[in-house]
Design a binder for this molecule. Sequence first.
Ligand code: ADP
Ligand code: MG
Length: 237
Amino acid sequence: MGHLISIASGKGGTGKTTTTANLSIALGKLGKKVLAIDADLTMANLSLVMGIDDAETTIHDVLAGEASISDAIYQTSFENVDLIPAAIDWEHVKKADPRKLPGTIKPLKGYYDFLIIDCPAGLQMDAMNAMLSGEEVILITNPEISCITDTMKVGIVLKKAGLAVLGFVLNRYGRSENDIPPEAAEEVMEVPLLVVVPEDPKVREATLEGVPVVEYDPDSEGAKAFMKLAEEVLKIA
Ligand code: ADP
Ligand code: MG
């Protein structure tokens, strides 16, 4: 059976989509069969980040009862990685029922080694339905105190809901001299620090190209950090 891992955080813009894409591709490179799922139904962009912009059937069609899940699974150009994209237009968003997410995603567990779920930020209904589609969670935070405490809250709620919190990623470290250092962040979060991903212009450059950094520039610091995250995940998941 595969691992269903939600990628979550308390705030938007922390790097959830970036982590979902890079962790998926990194695990694929390590020989695992991976499904990356865009469950951020209102702010979807995972497929763009992964270079797919013409998907006809999306998770929204499935959640609207208008397509079956197998029609929404696409092979990517990355080794061993499939993707379920989401739609971006309001017509699709309006029709999709987020409460159907867990029942739609969980049955796919038997077909992959890892299923990585890109979730919305926070604890609203959309985010909860996406996050509870997973059985394990990786939290993503930036090195700022409000971001760390909000993300910690999400971790506490998910743990209470029965998810295994694997740990957290400290992303975009080194952007400001006021950054909370990794040891202090780990103390506040009270879950293991899996990896520190530095602020790296290559990460954003890669995003713009539709080729995540682990593939775009494997020697960059950002890529090395996401590869290390994949190796950690293989050890603990
Ligand atoms: P979220 O999905 O949590 O809203 P994203 O993954 O979309 O966040 O990231 C937000 C922005 O930050 C994107 O432009 C992305 O390229 C950039 N970004 C993420 N991680 C890094 C990093 N380590 N270094 C530089 N830019 C980053
Ligand atoms: Mg996102």
